[in-house]
Design a protein around this ligand. Structure first.
Ligand code: MSP
Length: 655
């Protein structure tokens, strides 16, 4: 393709720390920018902070600091979050920077000189919350000024931009350019707004009322209205009036990504400002919906604002990026809940993606010495390989359209559904049975095909989860930083013989509640020894003193441990944490119930050599008899079974 692509986010107010709404817009822009870069497009991704105006001045007053200090302290919180979220913006503009303020002043002077800005007395209503002048018609139905504490009547001399004269032009422009405002229902919203007569826009605030702003170059008693200042960032950053070549390269912008609450400023103020300046219009202004908390709007006063940092700390950056990009249908509102987060994480990331990589690399380790086998690369019509590859190609096409239509949620969902199909393919082909039956050719074809399909899926998901997909690609012996997006339609890119390095657990399952009624990872928990303050422990340390928790060699000798080979495994109905295993200990078959179902699938266990405590009293778990306990290492949410380092027959003593 090799085009150029410019994308922007709104610039964020520095009156408060970032929340999920800010993080969402920025992640969505980042995902799109990353896709375009992979496609070979020359990309410019701009974000930044909106540092002037009443909101920031008030926050500073409240904190007892200057507005500049307020801005300097808060901008770091945004920049830190973007770093943490692996946001790859090419420029970060602060509206207090000279490269911006000077351009705003030049624009104001030019518009003033050309009569586009004039001075007049204003006598009317003012909305303190949105810092806008309003008319009686803008009041909510049935309400008067007296009912609304945020609305005041003011009489003030100010400067106005002749916005009204562009009303007819703007309506026509929007009608003739269907992709100028997206989604289309937002376009209709703006057209609806434009049915009422458009007022001129007050672009000044007297310093007596607000002094934290850019001074008007033609009247030092006034500062510029914060929106007239902020919107200009989109052109000051790429070099308007300062660097013609750079500006010509990056403007017009392809996508201004915004939230639905700032639709009017972006689709009415901004286009008319550009028209008056004689600057080309952006190609698309896309308004996404709101993140709600349950049904409610997030707000500081309700105390329901979701802090992205908390989620990142708890579940990881990539899981957070994945959740926000897939959970919200861009354009519509989405409701945030931690339960939904965990559900999506466990289903898509832990069960599908993480599990696929781990079982595939384990099987390649076990059956092919850890080297990608040289599988037959031709497909027969109707074969499972052909069907799988078709599914994967559907995801490739879905992602291509998703990038164009700004429906990354759909593209990512299609990629994860391809991953589910790879897991399904493995279940159909049963490589463990092929291995047992020594059907090497079919085994190699299966493992190679699954690995190729995973290569494609990981490339599709790379812009959404760059670190984790980098790990998948590294495990497959591929470039972990730059997936070759041009080769997604090609089968046979992976090099046979490549060492497949099993990664750590990619997405460890999240368990909501800590196990309370649950069994330990092995099957039977030895009864707690009675604890009595009066009873001294029997054992003595060398000194002769009893040391609680220390045991002797005789105690260890009491526990009989053996190697065992898992020959069968299945889930136990109604017990989502338990598996029923059949193991061979020498030539004896035993049944063991183990609480490992959240960490292992039955198929992954068959053929493994594990360690079992064999002289434990039998117990029944959910009505199923268990004769022994598996050993496992656990830390936090993670669990891994203890296995043997080298080949040894089952029934061997473990000491
Ligand atoms: N400074 C202006 C934008 C100027 S752009 C030239 C501004 N800043 S903001 O910090 O208040 O909001 C920035 C963006 O965050 C807006 O697009 C807004 O829609 C978005 N969000 C704020 N809360 C949100 C949610 N709860 N959900 C989704 N996005 C929301 O407006």
């Amino acid at each position: 393709m090799n085009e150029r692509f410019t994308i922007t986010t709104p610039i964020y107010y520095v009156n408060d720390k970032p929340h999920i709404g800010h993080a969402y817009t920025t992640i969505l822009a980042d995902v799109l920018a990353r896709y375009h870069r992979l496609l070979g497009d020359d990309t410019f991704f701009l974000t930044g902070t909106d540092e002037h105006g009443q909101k920031v001045q008030k926050a500073a007053e409240k904190a007892g600091i200057t507005p500049r200090e307020q801005a300097d302290q808060t901008v770091v919180r945004f920049q830190d979050l973007w770093k943490k979220l692996e946001i790859t913006h090419d420029d970060f503009i602060r509206t207090t920077e000279e490269r911006h303020t000077k351009v705003v002043q030049d624009i104001l002077q030019d518009l003033y000189d050309r009569g586009e800005i004039y001075k007049a007395e204003y006598d009317g209503l003012y909305d303190v919350t949105s810092e806008t002048f309003i008319t009686e018609k803008d009041l909510p139905e049935g309400k008067s000024v007296e009912d609304l504490p945020n609305i005041t009547r003011i009489k003030e001399t100010n400067y106005f931009f002749r916005m009204s004269k562009y009303q007819d032009w703007l309506i026509e422009y929007i009608e003739q350019n269907p992709s100028f405002i997206l989604p289309s229902f937002r376009r209709n919203e703006t057209l609806g707004f434009l049915r009422k007569p458009l007022q001129d826009l007050c672009i000044s605030r007297p310093k007596s009322r607000l002094n934290w702003g850019i001074e008007l170059p033609f009247d030092s008693d006034y500062v510029c209205y914060v929106w007239f200042d902020a919107l200009v960032n989109y052109i000051s950053a790429p070099g308007y009036l300062r660097d013609d070549d750079r500006f010509a390269k990056w403007w017009p912008c392809d996508i201004h990504l915004i939230g639905k609450d700032i639709l009017t400023t972006h689709t009415v103020y901004w286009p008319t400002m550009l028209k008056a300046m004689g600057v080309e219009q952006p190609r698309t202004i896309f308004a996404h919906g709101w993140w709600l908390f349950g049904e409610a709007k997030m707000s500081k006063s309700l105390g329901n604002v979701v802090n992205p940092m908390d989620l990142i700390e708890a579940y990881g950056v990539d899981a957070f990026r994945y959740f926000v990009t897939t959970e919200m249908i861009p354009g519509q509102d989405a409701s945030f809940s931690e339960d939904a987060f965990i559900r999506r994480y466990n289903a898509d990331l832990a069960n599908d993606l993480g599990n696929l990589l781990s079982r595939l690399s384990n099987m390649i380790g076990r059956y092919c010495d850890g080297k990608l086998p040289d599988g037959n690369r031709t497909f027969d019509d109707g074969s499972p390989e052909r069907l799988l590859w078709n599914d994967v190609q559907i995801a490739v096409d879905a992602m291509a359209s998703a990038v164009n239509d700004l429906r990354i949620d759909q593209g990512a969902t299609a990629a994860v559904s391809a991953v589910k199909n790879i897991n399904r393919y493995l279940e159909i082909k049963q490589p463990w049975t092929l291995a047992k039956q020594e059907q090497h050719e079919e085994l190699h074809r299966t493992l190679y095909t699954a690995a190729e399909a995973l290569r494609v899926a990981s490339a599709l998901l790379f812009p959404v989860m760059p670190s984790k997909m980098g790990e998948v690609r590294h495990a497959l012996g591929l470039d972990a930083t730059r997936p070759d997006i041009a080769r997604l339609k090609e089968f046979g890119v992976l090099q046979p013989g490549t060492a497949i390095t099993p990664p750590g657990s990619l997405f460890p399952r999240i368990e909501r509640e800590k196990a309370t009624d649950t069994e330990p990872p092995g099957s039977v928990q030895p009864p707690e020894p009675p604890r009595s303050a009066n009873k001294a422990p029997k054992e003595k340390a060398e000194s002769g003193a009893a040391v609680p928790g220390v045991i002797t060699i005789e105690d260890v000798a009491k526990v009989e441990m053996r190697t065992a080979r898992v020959v069968d495994a299945e889930a136990i109905k109604g017990a989502d944490k338990l598996l029923r295993l059949e193991v061979m200990i020498g030539d004896k078959r035993r049944q063991i119930v183990a609480g490992i179902a959240l960490h292992y699938k039955p198929d992954d266990l068959i053929g493994k050599t594990v360690v079992v405590i064999t002289n434990l009293k039998p117990a029944k778990l959910r009505g199923v008899e268990s004769n022994g306990m598996l050993l496992a290492a656990t830390r936090g949410e993670k669990l891994t079974l203890i296995t043997v380092d080298r080949e040894i027959s089952s029934g061997a003593t473990v000491r």
